[in-house]
Design a protein around this ligand. Structure first.
Ligand SMILES: [Zn+2]
Length: 54
């Protein structure tokens, strides 16, 4: 049985969550541009989203 609600929950959890590629810190931000890691100030951020599968 498909559970579309689960998909929404996952989206909520992982949307706007970014991972620093330098120190793997998790940063939540609504913006897509100019996100900086608050630990190392790196701008190398990737979406947490991509981490879910695989
Ligand atoms: Zn960092």
């Amino acid at each position: 049985m498909a559970k579309p609600r689960n998909e929404i929950a996952v989206k909520r959890l992982f949307t706007n969550v970014y991972i620093c590629m330098r120190c793997n810190a998790k940063v939540r931000s609504g913006k897509r541009d100019g996100i900086k890691c608050r630990k190392c100030n790196s701008k190398n951020m990737r979406l947490k989203n991509k981490d879910v599968k695989g």
